[in-house]
Each structure stands twice: as structure tokens, then as C-alpha cells.
Design a protein around this ligand. Structure first.
Ligand code: FPP
Length: 239
């Protein structure tokens, strides 16, 4: 009989690159923004499924630093969609025990979105069922660069000896400083890319890529990803 791993079968932290909204819209002869609107349903369904399965942290790549280069209409549409979701789902998040958090350059977001977001973060901070972490204006290289700047400033101020810089020092300067690394990384729509997402944190994550487009990714697809994860043999470089 195969040796049973001591690693829990349910990932504590699932991170998702939600991709394929544009293609979904194209397939349905709809404008791109309708694809993002359809993707909103998947966000809700997957957050509920995460709670149902006992996943404790769910990180969603909602808007990258590179996404600012998209056409102005699409960026504005995504920002107002985000604002609407926060406003309309806040009470539900409370009922479900969801704590809303973000990683990324929150300062880049339009004031109205940032304020709405910060109010929701404050309001949900006592919830303990699921940390729903939205990666917004997020880029992993920017995150690491900012961490290096901050470490360099500590060295310059004489608070840190360069010899003492360890992996934990870097980890402690990332946006995710108090969030465990993802155990499972899901990417929808079949692309085999990481797209500048949590490069440091996914070092030992299991990767699951599905051809399903994000608006079609619901609780069944999420359960399939978890089942696949449960069958993996995580060795973390050991044997
Ligand atoms: C990638 O699809 C998706 C995005 C850039 C945005 C994700 C946003 C949502 C799912 C909307 C709601 C989310 C929240 C958290 C409120 P794409 O446009 O790159 O798709 P394509 O590669 O097929 O063009």
C-alpha cells in the first residue's frame, strides 16, 4: 500500500490566477467587460466552496500591475466592478465569516475604490472562516523590489547587519508577511504561465492548470482541483 503522507489533504492556502474572462466573452459574442462580470459569479462561488472545504486562505489575482496598460474603458470597468462587488457583498462576507484583505499597490487604485476597500477590510477584520485576499495592482517583481528597498533601508539605518539577512527576513518584508505560502496554485484557461504572481511564495506550491475559463469555473471545478491536490505527493525537496 502506498505510504500516506502526513501533509494535510486540504490545502490551507489556495491561490488562483483567474484567467479567460476575455475569451469567455468572445465565445459568447459579448464585450470583454461582460466576461469580467461573469467572472464575478465564480469569485463568489469559489469563496463559498473554499469555506465549505475548510480552506483557510484564498488569494485571487484580480488585477496585476501590468493590467493598467489595458484600454481605459476596460480598466475603468474593472474598477467599478470591484467597487460594486465590495459594496454589494459586504454584508454577505460578514455572514460567511470572510475577512477581506489585499496584496499589491493599493495606493495605485482610484480613491473611491481604495476607500470602499479599506472600509470593508476594517469591517471584516474580525472574521475568521476565510481570509479572502485580492491581489490588486499586484506584481511579484514589484513586491520583491519593494522588500529589497525596505531591507536596504534597515541596513542603512544600522538596524540590520547584511550577514543576518535570511529567507525569513525577505518573507517578513513581503505583502504576505502574515499569510502562509500557497499550497495550491490554480490557473484557469489553460495557459502555462505564472504571470508575475507570488514568485517567492509559490516555491513549493502544487500547480493545477485547467482549460476551463474563469467564468465557467465553479464549485465542481474547485472540488476537482482539491481532489487532484489530495493525490499529490509533496516532498518539499526531500524523498
Ligand atoms: C483575466 O482574464 C481576468 C482579469 C484580468 C480580471 C479578473 C476579474 C474578475 C474575475 C472580476 C471580478 C473579481 C473581483 C475580485 C471583484 P482576461 O481578461 O485576461 O481573459 P483573456 O486572457 O481571455 O483575455
Amino acid at each position: 500500500m502506498a505510504k500516506k503522507s502526513a501533509i494535510p489533504q486540504i490545502p490551507r492556502h489556495v491561490a488562483i490566477i483567474m484567467d479567460g474572462n476575455g475569451r469567455w466573452a468572445h465565445q459568447h459574442h459579448l464585450p470583454r467587460l461582460s466576461g469580467h462580470e461573469a467572472g464575478r459569479k465564480s469569485v463568489k462561488e469559489v469563496a463559498q466552496a473554499a469555506i465549505h472545504h475548510g480552506v483557510r486562505y484564498l488569494t485571487l489575482y484580480a488585477f496585476s500591475v501590468e493590467n493598467w496598460q489595458r484600454p481605459r474603458d476596460e480598466v475603468q470597468g474593472l474598477m467599478s466592478l470591484l467597487r460594486g462587488v465590495i459594496r454589494e457583498e459586504l454584508n454577505e462576507m460578514g455572514r460567511e465569516g470572510i475577512r477581506l484583505r489585499t496584496i499589491g499597490r493599493r495606493q495605485d487604485l482610484p480613491d473611491v475604490v481604495r476607500e470602499e476597500l479599506e472600509a470593508a477590510i476594517e469591517k471584516t477584520k474580525g472574521n475568521t472562516k476565510l481570509d479572502l485576499i485580492l491581489a490588486l495592482s499586484y506584481g511579484s517583481r514589484v513586491e520583491i523590489t519593494e522588500a529589497i528597498q525596505s531591507i536596504a533601508n534597515e541596513v542603512k539605518a544600522g538596524r540590520l547587519d547584511p550577514e543576518q539577512i535570511k529567507e525569513e527576513t525577505v518573507t517578513a518584508h513581503l505583502y504576505t508577511r502574515d499569510i502562509p505560502d500557497p499550497d495550491l496554485l490554480i490557473r484557469t484557461s489553460g495557459e502555462m504561465r505564472i504571470s508575475n504572481f507570488m514568485l517567492w511564495q509559490i516555491s513549493y506550491a502544487e500547480i493545477y492548470v485547467t482549460p476551463v475559463l474563469w467564468p465557467d469555473f465553479g464549485k465542481e471545478e474547485f472540488a476537482k482541483a482539491l481532489a487532484d491536490y489530495a493525490g499529490r505527493d509533496r516532498r518539499f525537496g526531500g524523498i
